[in-house]
Design a protein around this ligand. Structure first.
Ligand code: OXD
Ligand code: MN
Length: 595
């Protein structure tokens, strides 16, 4: 097969990788349907994919991973920059030369008897000022077919790159999925990514976390832009105007649900609606007009399946009804479709669980893995923003941070200014979820939801945020939300989902300086009547409790944050100033002033 590019740097790197991996065959992925169809057919023949009911789920497939390979592996993820101190205390680091040797020893002959697929891919719209190009070499058809959904691939990428040497190099070898030799490695100084012994999405769909966050956060720092773990959505008001916000939440905290939110009926009738631009990653740049502009560099959704239903997120569910790859969900034997916990209240009488074992509703274990996923094309989403393909992106009016906190954080508050907003992002914490291996439900600091994805020193990252603030003449306002507050009985105190629209409305009004707010120790809080509660089975008293702040808990939070800062080191003095100021405000008692 002929090469798709004459780019000498690309070809010589591929030659080098070919000499190491020793494939039987090399296939360039052109992006043409004919080639993709043949690969789907081959994957079905080889048992990699199961073709699902073509009437109910046309173009959809099911894949099961190795049971030990079901989530991102943060303890096996490395940032191999030249100096350890540049990776910082939140990243694992090994000296690059040593790591290359380790990786190439594992890759030696890894493609023997196999095919090397070369995937040219673009993050963001090909040709856009935001776009960055990469090549992933893989021996996994599953990766090829997922990358086709999640990114823009094929010949057009090579044409746009031309002779440019600024591309991202990626090597993925499945090897024998040996979990002791699993590695997700990044070499930011030469824009290289290597994934070994895994075939789980977040580890091996390199465009996503590896490139669009870990490598791109480095590029953004050097080039003066930002790569963030953020959804992007547009809020349309009854006048038909659309304002955009981006929001950072840790993995599996509802970014996909928020990005595709359907407002409560009453608000819909007034004409409120939400448009989805992205559900996981935002690249942000200062526009010519002095505002911050964002694109979603991805082309699909790699969403968590369990809990996704016609009730919780119809737009996501509808997105999965064609041309989708499901991973580690259950197979419903009655009609060859898929099922997961929370899809509906009628589990299949007979199914095959995510491990490939017979399952019935009486089975003691879950049918789908808690981190089972769907990979669905963005174009399937009924509320996809018409701006999704705009190469210039969308202007951001507000940035929202959030996490799962049972007690501490109130439903919503606004920072006093950019610097204070950066501080709020830096002390973000959340209960862990099944998206990564390790314990679930423990509170950990996850600054800007970037803990597992920041490709350099966290202190430098915060400095970059502060620096960016000075470069944006009209910066977005910064907010914090918590959908997960619980009452005394441990039940969620806020209905969440579509009702989150009520909070988004407040955020947008504040971003536009349309309404006042109460100044509290934490920041600006809504005056209780400013959150639209029509149609909610909640009293003003409940709302006040949702917005309330426990002073003792927050003093403890400040102490924890200070300890965390000590661990991070290299914390910009402005953030210590903010921490001191917060502590002072808490100690002074609440100053509540109505604007
Ligand atoms: C994801 C994650 O898959 O954050 O988006 O883990
Ligand atoms: Mn994510």
């Amino acid at each position: 097969m002929t090469n798709l590019t004459n780019n000498k740097a690309v070809l010589s790197w591929i030659d080098e990788m070919t000499a190491i991996t020793k494939p039987d065959k090399i296939v360039w992925i052109t992006g043409e349907e004919e080639q993709l169809d043949a690969l789907r057919e081959q994957a079905v023949k080889e048992g990699i994919l199961i073709k699902l009911n073509p009437d109910k789920l046309p173009g959809c497939y099911l894949h099961r991973t190795d049971p030990d390979d079901v989530a991102r592996v943060e303890d096996r993820t490395f940032i191999c920059c030249e100096k350890e101190e540049d990776a910082g205390p939140t990243n694992h680091w090994v000296e690059p030369k040593e790591m290359y040797e380790r990786m190439y020893a594992l890759a030696d002959g890894a493609y023997k008897g196999r095919t090397m697929y070369i995937i040219p891919y673009s993050m963001s719209i090909i040709g856009s000022p935001f776009a960055k190009y990469g090549f992933e070499l893989t021996d996994s058809i599953y990766v090829v077919l997922n990358m086709h959904i999640m990114t823009r691939i094929g010949k057009a990428v090579c044409d746009a790159l031309g002779d440019d040497e600024g591309f991202i190099k990626g090597l993925h070898c499945q090897c024998n999925l040996d979990k002791d030799n699993k590695y997700i490695v990044h070499f930011p100084q030469d824009n290289t990514i290597i994934s070994m012994n895994s075939n789980y999405g977040g580890n091996v769909l390199q465009g996503k976390k590896c490139f669009a966050l870990r490598i791109a956060s480095n590029l953004g720092r050097q080039e003066g832009w930002m790569a963030e773990h953020m959804l992007i959505l547009g809020i349309q008001n009854p006048r038909g105007e659309i304002k955009y916000i981006s929001a950072a939440f840790p993995s599996a905290c509802g970014k996909t649900n928020l990005a595709m939110l359907i407002p409560p009926e009453g608000l819909q009738r007034w004409g409120w609606r939400v448009w989805c631009v992205g559900d996981d990653i935002a690249w942000l740049r200062v526009g010519k007009d002095g505002r911050l502009w964002a694109v979603n560099p991805e082309n699909g959704f790699f969403g968590v399946a369990p809990g996704t239903s016609m009730k919780s997120n119809p737009n996501a569910l509808i997105s999965t009804h064609k041309d989708t790859i499901f991973t580690n969900v259950a197979l419903d034997l009655s009609d060859n479709t898929v099922w997961w916990e929370g899809l509906n209240k009628t589990p299949p009488a007979r199914a095959i669980d995510w491990r490939g074992r017979p399952w019935t509703p009486q089975s003691p274990e879950k049918a789908a893995h808690p981190n089972s996923r769907f990979t669905a094309p963005a174009r399937n989403c009924p509320c996809l923003s018409p701006e999704f393909d705009n190469p210039e992106g969308v202007p951001i009016s507000a940035i929202v941070f959030g996490g799962r906190r049972a007690k501490t954080a109130p439903l919503v508050y606004q920072s006093f200014n950019w610097q204070h907003g950066v501080f709020i992002g830096s002390i973000m914490a959340s209960e862990t979820t099944a998206a990564a291996t390790g314990r679930v439900g423990v509170v950990r600091r996850d600054p800007m939801a970037m803990l597992p994805f920041c490709g350099y020193h966290m202190g430098d990252y915060w400095q970059h945020w502060l620096d960016m603030g000075k470069k944006i003449p009209k910066p977005p306002k910064i907010f914090n939300v918590n959908w997960f507050r619980t009452d005394e009985d441990g039940n969620f105190a806020w209905p969440g989902f579509g009702d989150n629209m009520r909070v988004l409305q407040w955020i947008i009004s504040r971003a536009d300086d349309e309404i006042g707010a109460a100044e509290t120790a934490l920041g600006y809080e809504p005056n209780t009547h400013d959150i639209d509660m029509e149609g909610l089975e909640m009293s003003m008293y409940d709302m006040r409790r949702l917005l309330s702040v426990d002073r003792e808990l927050w003093l403890q939070e400040c102490e924890d944050a200070r300890e965390y800062y000590e661990k991070i080191g290299k914390v910009p003095p402005e953030l210590y100033e903010e921490l001191d100021a917060l502590e002072m405000r808490l100690n002074r008692g609440y100053k509540v002033k109505h604007e």
